[in-house]
Design a binder for this molecule. Structure first.
Ligand code: ARG
Length: 281
């Protein structure tokens, strides 16, 4: 499989990922509550990056418009009440506060979210987006704020035990994602079915329409938890860095977002947000 070569496109984000890992290892904020997270974000420190925000022109004045696809727990999901929450939402909220902007969330398909920033309809795309060379050619990325692993979900009792066993099988993925791209590269487009979102891919797996689903590890865990009879293979198809997507060439926004992100990593806010949604195992 192409796991090694895949790692190479991450070189650009590797430095920031290392910085994030250091923050994570520090563990200073691991017990901080979510309340602490929001109060930190709202504290006087907010002023430190708002100078940068003064020069920002956003899609809608005074707002930070975020394109997302809220079917990807725990990064972004829609509650029964219809509100959108998750790691990306809280992180974007904290960034918006630092920039003195009001966060506005636009929920859409994942591929549309990627396009939305390229077309100037949203300021940022935040949707557990993996940094890839292809995407870097058409959009800008912030420093990385999280890592993801492409995982394989199969029914319990499946004869698929490794990524190589996917050869000759039908694989479900979410349209426009790296899971779709890797699988079509490695196993041919005919072997891969692209669904609107991860959940519909998992439902297709439940119905026997596909033999496996390739998707990021955290949503995979959430889907498997709510769908008895499925399991995640103990193997990683690819390791990835998540970052915030923006229009290419919007240096002012890129710098402001990176400065805000840096502060959120340094003061433990980001870790507290992650801990709120991902419980230690
Ligand atoms: N990390 C993968 C990618 O960038 C999948 C992201 C899907 N995100 C979502 N919110 N549906 O392609």
């Amino acid at each position: 499989m192409k796991k090694i070569s895949r790692r190479s496109f991450l070189a650009a984000a590797a430095v920031s990922a290392a910085a994030l890992a250091l923050t994570a290892c520090g563990g200073s904020a691991s017990t901080a509550s979510s309340a602490a997270a929001s109060s930190v974000a709202a504290s006087s420190e907010a002023a430190s990056t708002s100078a940068a925000a003064a020069e920002l022109t956003t899609v809608e004045a005074g707002k930070l418009t975020m394109a997302t696809n809220a079917t990807f727990p725990p990064y972004e999901m829609t509650t029964d009440a219809g509100t959108i929450e998750g790691i990306d939402v809280d992180t974007a909220q904290a960034i918006a506060e630092k920039l003195g902007l009001e966060l506005q969330i636009d929920d859409m398909d994942f591929d549309a979210a990627l396009l939305s920033v390229q077309q100037g309809k949203a300021d940022i795309a935040m949707a557990g987006i993996t940094v890839t060379d292809e995407r870097m050619a058409v959009m800008s990325f912030s420093d990385s704020y999280a890592t993801g692993i492409q995982s394989v979900i199969v029914p319990e009792g499946s004869d698929i035990a490794s990524v190589d066993d996917l050869a000759g099988k039908k694989i479900g993925t979410q349209r426009g994602t790296t899971g779709y791209l890797y699988c079509s590269d490695d196993f041919g487009e005919d072997a891969v079915v692209a669904y609107d979102n991860g959940l519909t891919a998992v439902q297709a797996l439940n119905n026997g329409q596909v033999d496996a689903v390739v998707i990021d590890n955290e949503p995979a865990k959430a889907y498997v938890e709510s769908n008895p009879g499925l399991k995640i293979l103990d193997t990683s198809y690819a390791e990835e860095d998540y970052a915030i997507g923006m229009a290419k060439g919007n240096t002012a926004l890129l710098e402001a977002v990176n400065a805000a992100l840096e502060e959120l990593k340094a003061d433990g806010t980001l870790q507290a947000i992650v801990d709120k949604y991902i419980k230690a195992e």
